[in-house]
Design a protein around this ligand. Structure first.
Ligand code: OOG
Ligand code: NI
Length: 457
């Protein structure tokens, strides 16, 4: 759905405005994040200057002007009702929930999805997505504390009356009017703003923090403050290395696969969350000063989307590195993962994007040939689809380096996609299905082009 009714702003355009407003707000709230953006810009410019081929590719694909724009942010919520309101808001901005991530296995008591555009045009127009986590209250062991957390969450309303009215109105009209978009964005943005005053007293905060720092972060504040934003870098190792020179302390390691000639999936790193002063609201009306650690900045570098087979191979390499407990370095653990496009394609490890090969002479009827024949005759070429989603092990690494110490370290709970979907009131989209569909669509488009090119000779 790219066409909107007269006077209504396209969802992709609304998302672009929302993400720009979010970025401006966050830069003001966390100045160090502004410094990170400047650093990323500088290094991206250096990479482009040194690599004219990459520069041309990014320019031709229309990606150059969006390079330094945020790729994603993250929030954490406490109830099904909150998740449902967010789902409605993000739908108005052309974002659908894709994939289920279980973080409990890695010691974080949440499960998550990411709201993101699901069309190629949407991703191009504004790549912004939101990693959204739902607290798993059942993982709070102490039943009294669990009931208290539940009661506190049940009382809170994360959207203002004005924001809710605006959303209901937009749903009724099928979109947000162009003339009302700025007001809409301003109203919904408030939900993600940092609140310096906690919604609970100090003792309650301490008790929640004891259960897990994340429990305190979700339960003890008025709303799901945005906890980081993430621009895209063309050289994550260079940014990681340069951070200290800019007065930014990076987390110890880059999450995800090692550096490769053909980048895989997603690599991420962040700077350590700030210790921020907050106020607790005591029962007698007094305010007591304290501190909380939640907000940080992150960068990401994206590579090839892997098929289920490729992903299994990736997970096995990662497990091998983990077993080495630091003795086996990441590069060595990935040594047998092919790092050239021909092998990756031959072994079916990556999702393919098809194009008509440049300069190919197209015989009549070629559009109906089997794809293997088209490839063998050099009429089509392929490249990897870019991975647009997240990685649970990496996400847990990012969570942990930013929450500080605390919590039991791991949970024995099984993943529960069904519980997440029930809370949300709708199914999650499957990321593997999505890449397969994108790949099929690119093949279809290439066949149409073959037909046109053959006919035009
Ligand atoms: C989310 C951490 C996960 C990512 O990029 O993998 C994440 C959080 O800390 O709330 O953002
Ligand atoms: Ni992130």
């Amino acid at each position: 759905m790219t066409e909107s009714a007269i006077g209504l702003l396209a969802p992709d355009a609304l998302r672009a405005r929302f993400s720009a407003a979010m970025s401006a707000m966050y830069r003001e709230e966390v100045p160090q994040y502004g410094a990170l953006i400047e650093l990323v810009k500088g290094i991206n410019a250096q990479v482009l200057a040194a690599d004219p081929v990459l520069h041309r590719q990014l320019r031709d694909s229309g990606e150059l002007q969006r390079l330094d724009v945020e790729r994603h942010g993250a929030i954490r919520v406490g109830t099904a009702d909150e998740l449902r309101w967010l789902t409605r808001l993000f739908a108005l901005m052309g974002m659908q929930p894709v994939a289920y991530y279980d973080l409990a296995a890695a010691g974080v008591p949440v499960h998550s999805t990411a709201f993101r555009p699901v069309t190629a045009e949407g991703l191009k127009a504004s790549p912004f997505r939101l990693f959204t986590s739902l607290l798993r209250l059942e993982l709070i062991e102490d039943p009294v504390l669990r009931a208290r957390a539940e009661a506190i969450l049940a009382r809170r309303q994360i959207f203002s009356g004005r924001a809710r009215t605006a959303m209901v109105e937009a749903e009724r009209k099928g979109g947000v009017a162009d003339s009302e978009a700025d007001g809409f964005v301003a109203a919904v943005l408030e939900t993600f703003r940092w609140q310096r005053t906690a919604s609970v007293d100090q003792a309650t905060y301490q008790a929640m923090r004891q259960a897990h720092p994340l429990v305190a972060d979700v339960v003890c504040f008025q709303g799901p403050h945005i906890n980081h934003l993430t621009p895209r870098t063309l050289d994550i190792d260079a940014v990681q290395q340069a951070m200290p020179d800019f007065g930014i302390q990076p987390k110890a390691v880059i999450e995800g696969p090692p550096r490769r000639r053909l980048p895989l999936l997603l690599r991420q790193t962040s700077f350590i969350a700030l210790r921020e002063s907050i106020l607790f609201r005591e029962d007698d009306g007094h305010e007591v000063p304290g501190s909380h650690t939640a907000r940080f900045g992150e960068i990401e570098q994206r590579g090839a989307a892997l098929t289920a087979a490729g992903r299994a191979r990736y997970d096995a390499c990662l497990a091998r590195a983990g077993q080495g407990e630091g003795t086996l370095d990441l590069g060595a653990a990935f040594a047998d993962f092919p790092d050239d496009w021909a092998s990756m394609q031959a072994e079916g490890l990556a999702h393919l994007e098809y194009q008509v090969a440049a300069g190919a002479v197209i015989p009549a009827g070629a559009e109906a040939w089997p794809v293997e024949v088209l490839l063998a005759h050099g009429l089509l070429s392929t490249r990897p689809l870019t991975y647009e989603d997240f990685l649970p092990v990496s996400a847990a690494g990012i969570f942990q380096s930013n929450l500080g110490e605390g919590g039991p370290g791991h949970y024995r709970a099984a993943p529960s996609r069904q519980a997440f979907e029930e809370a949300m009131g709708r199914p999650l989209l499957d990321e593997q299905d999505w890449y397969a569909a994108q790949s099929a669509a690119s093949l279809q488009a290439a066949r149409q082009q073959l037909e046109v090119q053959a006919g035009s000779r």
